[in-house]
Design a protein around this ligand. Structure first.
Ligand code: NAD
Length: 344
């Protein structure tokens, strides 16, 4: 898939948060397509390792900067993906004011940059705008159930404010802004210490530590492999004309946290056992995207089943931990659903 404007192929693409997990895969995609990528990152949660392979390359430039500071780029820009924001609770709650400002001030700065360059703009929003949802699965028409004073508010409300800014710039005809709501995404280049469920369970299994489950483990999540997510983001940037609607991107196959832990224990050779701990405040009980809008408008749906993506993710975490892990051969019957593409 390549990004096309009306008349010509886009040449210069800005990826904020490009040194992060999803951002670095997005940079890689565009570099492989022959585009120039300008990565803007302050390395709050990103890693130099994620982008070091392009250091010194002609078609890659790093601007080490916080998006809360005003941004200036002297060359023409065709598209801006805004992914700059700490994404896991442990990181975005470490400095909640900065998280809120990254979303509000940072997004405004980038929208101004897009306006100045006449560039398309894509905001990486989140399923967290639905809060602890009372509607299941979550469709884009649902307005959400968010606690605006809780510890997750800096992220949830920050992202909601960022969406509002995008639609204000769009309505005013100032920027061709697009908003995607990303659901749980996983894959290589996640941080082992990000506290997210897949990083936690896989890292614990590799290290032979107990697998921590918060709450009963009956809460559900839907997990999208990162290559699917990148295709969705690119399709969103390609969408012509801009339909002016937020679009969910995620994998609608739903798993309980207990099922995920079972799968990890099945794939990683380990003696680890599961331990249960109290549920954190405002932790959503159910998460599943309604992706009918993405299917219809973007002709997009995820392709990688959880089992397949997990095997690649386990290999990544093993390499980070410098451990040799030969995943167990999955039990054909038990894991059929986890590996089936047709289950969508
Ligand atoms: P990540 O933490 O790996 O990447 C975020 C990147 O942004 C990092 O490189 C970080 O250093 C950078 N950053 C943070 N604040 C910044 C600032 N103020 N100025 C400049 N750079 C800054 O997270 P990720 O999982 O790759 O998520 C990327 C985007 O997708 C985020 O906006 C996140 O909210 C959104 N998202 C991710 C998921 C997911 O499951 N991974 C789900 C929903 C939404």
């Amino acid at each position: 898939m390549s990004i096309n404007t009306k008349n010509n192929t886009i040449k210069t693409i800005v990826v904020t948060g490009g040194a992060g997990f999803i951002g670095s895969h997005l940079c890689e995609y565009h570099i492989n397509q022959g585009h120039k990528v300008i990565c803007i990152d302050n390395f709050l949660t990103g890693s130099r390792k994620n982008i070091e392979r392009w250091r010194g390359a002609e078609n890659f430039q790093l601007i080490e900067q916080d998006i809360c500071e005003a941004l200036e780029i002297d060359e023409p820009i065709d598209a801006i993906y805004n992914l700059a924001c700490a994404a896991s609770p442990v990181h975005y709650q470490a400095d909640p004011v900065h998280t809120m400002m990254s979303n509000v001030v940072g997004t405004r700065n980038l929208l101004l940059l897009a306006e100045q360059h006449g560039a398309r703009f894509l905001q990486a929003s989140t399923s967290e705008v639905y809060g602890d949802p009372e509607q299941h699965p979550q469709s884009e028409t649902y307005w959400g159930h968010v606690n605006c004073t809780g510890p997750r508010a800096c992220y949830d409300e920050g992202k909601r404010a960022a969406e509002a800014l995008c639609f204000d710039f769009l309505r005013a005809g100032r920027v061709d802004a697009r908003v995607t709501r990303i659901f749980n995404t996983y894959g290589p280049r996640m941080r082992p210490d990000d506290g997210r469920i897949i990083s936690n369970l896989v890292t614990q299994a590799i290290e032979g530590k107990p697998l921590t489950i918060y709450g009963s483990g009956n809460q559900t999540r839907s997990f999208c492999y990162v290559s699917d997510m990148v295709c969705g983001l690119v399709a969103m940037m390609n969408m012509t004309p801009n339909r002016g609607l937020p679009i969910n991107l995620g994998n609608p196959q739903e798993f309980t946290v207990n099922e995920l832990a079972e799968l990890v224990l099945m794939l990683v050779p380990t003696n680890s056992k599961v331990v249960y701990k109290p549920l954190p405040v405002d932790d959503p009980q159910r998460r599943k995207p309604d992706i009918r809008r993405a299917q219809k408008i973007l002709n997009w749906q995820p392709q990688v089943p959880l089992g397949e993506g997990l095997l690649k993710t386990i290999a990544w975490f093993a390499s980070v931990a410098d451990r040799r892990v030969t995943p167990r051969k999955p039990d054909a019957i038990v894991t059929k659903a986890h590996f089936a593409r047709s289950a969508l």
